[in-house]
Write a protein that binds this ligand. Structure first.
Ligand code: NDP
Length: 273
């Protein structure tokens, strides 16, 4: 099964479905990523903050897959961002992953109180120029943060990876992304698993004969989001990938979107310092 891709603003194709490894302990990550690659995932989302880049790198090498078959995302950690050690942090991530370049490098959090994200972005722009990042983007950026990058940077972020699930549908941000050619990538796409028992989700999953997780992943795909569910459970890793054999009716997509309560499970990006 080949996952559909979205073409980023540097011309790089990014799989619309990837595998997230937040909170996967370093000792478990190689096995989880190996299971994901065997299931067919080709895009892996890690971060320096997760402390598991080295294990991700081991799984990539052990897979025998060619580098050009894989899409690897990692992110700049907050302390180095705050301290302005962007080049050093990027090199340490490449070394941990055992890669010469990443497909996508993101600023993990804007840290607006530190007021460094524009300066940091100018450094990331060099990584695209010298080929060490095939694309660059941001994570947890709100519209005012994106406006500053658009006004003061020279490269438009390829992606903004944000918390997004049926309880936090991010309509305004998604519309802004669309206007500027920025791809929306959904983190905690399953609401950290908490949305899987919602009565509407369970009812619609029964209607389509799929699992609640498959229903929500399909909802993301039909909205045009890149989606990166996480699991350490082999059966879930495999079933979360099996989402290309059915399609939700427009009414059902709307019914899932109507679960929105603008409710965050993670931190408010404006408050992370
Ligand atoms: P998810 O919404 O992907 O939910 C993961 C949870 O759902 C886990 O507890 C998992 O359990 C459970 N789960 C997964 N599939 C199923 C299933 N089929 N049935 C039942 N339960 C299931 O949450 P995450 O917060 O992990 O988000 C996904 C990824 O997004 C992260 O791994 C990371 O890559 C990224 N992320 C980025 C952030 C950022 O700031 N940029 C912040 C947070 C996440 P189990 O593992 O036990 O199977």
């Amino acid at each position: 099964m080949t996952v559909p891709t979205v073409v980023l603003n540097t011309g790089v194709a990014m799989p619309e479905l990837g595998f997230g490894v937040y909170k996967v302990p370093p000792a478990d990550v190689e096995r989880a990523v190996t299971t994901a690659l065997e299931a067919g995932y080709r895009s892996i989302d890690t971060a320096a903050m997760y402390g598991n880049e080295a294990g991700v790198g081991r799984a990539l090498r052990a897979s025998g897959l060619r580098r050009d078959e894989l899409f690897v995302t990692t992110k700049l950690n907050n302390p180095e961002h705050r301290a302005g050690d962007v080049e050093g942090a990027f090199e340490r991530s490449l070394t941990a992953l055992g890669l010469d370049e990443v497909d996508l490098y993101l600023i993990h959090w804007p840290l607006p109180a530190a007021d460094r994200y524009v300066a940091t972005w100018r450094v990331l722009e060099k990584f695209v120029e010298d080929g060490r990042a095939r694309a660059i983007g941001v994570s947890n950026f709100q519209i005012p943060h994106l406006r500053r990058i658009l006004a003061e940077g020279t490269v438009v972020p390829a992606v903004n990876q944000v918390e997004l699930h049926p309880r936090l549908t991010q309509e305004a941000l998604r519309a802004f992304h669309q206007e500027h050619g920025i791809v929306t990538e959904a983190w905690s796409p399953l609401g950290r698993g908490r949305l899987l028992t919602d009565a509407t989700v369970v009812g619609l999953a029964e209607k389509y004969g799929v699992t609640p997780a498959q229903l929500i992943i399909r909802w993301h795909l039909q909205l045009g989001n890149v989606v990166i569910p996480k699991s350490v459970t082999p059966e879930r890793i495999r079933s979360n990938f099996d989402v290309f054999g059915f399609e939700l009716a427009e009414d059902d997509v709307a019914e899932i979107s109507a679960l929105n309560r603008d409710e965050r499970l993670g931190s408010d990006p404006d408050e992370v310092t």
